[in-house]
Write a protein that binds this ligand. Structure first.
Ligand code: NAP
Ligand code: MG
Length: 480
């Protein structure tokens, strides 16, 4: 098997890639000469090339966004909403092409590329269209009229792991608020970002309100983050880069939103349905090949049921056959990084219950990692502290609830988490004490309108829903 099966389902519809940037409402060549190769992680083949824009291109894009700002900011919210609603409709119309493109550039299995990578952001675009129409951009406080005004020009820098979702989670609320945007997408997944530009253009967005500069992080990304005419930088990605972007934004006294990593805890309390909690927990980690910032990568189980949980997790992992249900990770560097963490886990004394650092059997092509279950993980081990971003789950034993809470809160991160209890009240009581931005109670499902974002070093700011919209607004108070 060469792993090619995962690209089935519309290979001919994959976006070919444009050798142009989208600036000021039109596609045009980059000032820079460089190109980025887009590689399919399943086949390891180059499938397209896009421009590697540089500081000159970023500058042109920021200028276009600045010029478009007064007009778009003054456009009635209902009209802004109509453009976003049209974009959501176009996304739905181009669903197969979007899904095939994400499957090709990220390596996501086709069904996941459609149901999660495509349908969720399409819904989010629609939700922000609704919010733009419904939000009250004025409020009355005593003798003041408070205006909610757009923050201004937004520089959006996004990662590859949910390539469309993360673009929409920034661009849709920014445009809904009346901001204009320059987007620098991840170098690994620029093709779907080009589709977003085509869709916003076709939806009737005025020239300059959205601009796309593909390029490398330390070149185009850094130029955008440091551009003096950007009012707000919204970044999703690694903590290392986020810290630098936050520092630069602080120095320039500009707004910054950071969505960084996580090491979220899946806390299974003694009274919980163990089989369900373990199965849902394993699925949560292995979805998207473990490349989810909010993944519950630490599973906390009471000592009495720990061995049973390891057995259940091992059985669940067997269902994630690489090349079938489990896609590859995004590139060779990530594969090596993830495998390095697995080796480190063994060196530090954790026990491999399933998977391991060696290549999956029979897969000679593709950046695959075996779905790995670690047992006997101590809370201070590297694999229990650092974000691995691969299909690796660490099972940690706890003695009592206080111990579980200490372990759950015992990392620098605080993005998401889960609690499973005998009843809802018990789980909620525990969740209240967790230092984290989201907690799913007894299998509660993802809510695309609920605020998403981190406590502690998982970030600054919130995305999605009304809270996500307000990140792109600033207030002006008029006194009467
Ligand atoms: P990353 O380097 O932080 O990339 C995120 C985005 O920032 C990309 O668009 C990237 O461009 C850009 N970037 C990189 N260096 C920059 C700089 N100096 N200034 C401005 N922008 C810059 O993350 P990664 O390399 O893709 O992944 C590394 C690790 O980050 C992962 O293993 C994972 O732990 C974590 N991560 C977290 C999330 C999350 O959702 N929280 C998402 C992705 C990754 P390039 O694409 O050109 O590098
Ligand atoms: Mg990078």
């Amino acid at each position: 098997m060469d792993g090619r099966t995962d690209t089935a389902g519309g290979g001919e519809q994959v976006h070919q890639g444009r050798d142009e940037l989208y600036i000021d409402g039109r596609w045009r060549p980059a000032a820079a000469d460089g190109r980025i190769d887009v590689v399919n992680p399943v086949t390891e083949q180059v499938i397209a090339q896009v421009p590697a824009g540089d500081a000159r291109d970023v500058d042109a894009a920021v200028r276009a966004a600045r010029q478009a700002l007064p007009g778009w900011a003054a456009t009635a919210p209902g009209k802004r909403a109509a453009v976003l609603a049209a974009a959501a409709e176009l996304m739905a119309e181009r669903r197969d092409e979007i899904a095939a493109t994400i499957a090709a550039e990220l390596g996501a299995p086709p069904s996941f590329a459609t149901a999660v990578h495509t349908d969720m952001p399409t819904a989010v675009m629609g939700l922000f269209a609704k919010l733009a129409a419904e939000h009250s951009f004025e409020e009355r406080i005593g003798n003041s009229r408070v205006l909610h005004e757009p923050v201004g020009v937004v520089g959006a820098i996004t990662p590859w792991n949910y390539p469309l979702h993360q673009v929409v989670a920034k661009v849709a609320p920014a445009l809904a608020a009346g901001c204009t945007v320059v987007l620098k997408p991840a170098e690994d997944t620029p093709l779907v970002a080009q589709l977003v530009a085509e869709i916003l253009d076709a939806a009737g967005l005025p020239a300059g309100a959205f601009n796309l500069v593909t390029g490398l992080g330390p070149v185009a990304g850094q130029a955008l983050a440091e551009h003096p005419d950007v009012d707000l930088v919204s970044f999703t990605g690694s903590t290392a880069v986020g810290r630098r972007i936050g520092a630069a934004a602080g120095g320039a006294v500009k707004r910054v939103a950071l969505e960084l990593g996580g090491k979220s805890a899946n806390v299974i309390l003694p009274g919980a349905d163990l089989a369900r909690a373990v199965n849902v927990g394993v699925a949560n980690v292995f979805a998207n090949s473990g490349q989810t910032c909010s993944a519950w990568t630490r599973m906390l189980v009471d000592a009495a049921r720990y061995d049973e949980a390891v057995e259940l997790a091992t059985k669940a992992a067997a269902k994630y056959v690489p090349g079938e249900r489990l896609g590859p990770v995004v590139n060779a560097k990530q594969r090596d990084r993830v495998r390095g963490y697995i080796t480190k886990g063994v060196q530090e004394g954790a026990r491999i219950a399933a998977g391991g650092s060696d290549a999956p059997d029979d897969l000679t092509t593709g950046y695959y990692v075996r779905p790995t279950v670690f047992a006997d993980v101590a809370p201070d081990m590297t694999i229990a502290q650092e974000e691995i971003f691969g299909p690796v789950v660490a099972l940690i034993r706890y003695e009592d609830e206080e111990d579980a809470l200490r372990i759950a809160n015992g990392t620098v991160y605080g993005l998401a988490g889960a609690v499973w209890g005998a009843d809802e009240a018990e789980a909620v009581a525990f969740a209240r004490r967790m230092e984290t931005g989201q907690v799913d109670i007894n299998g509660g499902r993802f809510n695309p309108a609920a605020p998403f974002g981190g406590y502690k070093q998982s970030g600054v700011g919130r995305e999605l829903g009304p809270h996500g919209l307000s990140e792109y607004l600033q207030t002006k108070s008029l006194q009467f």
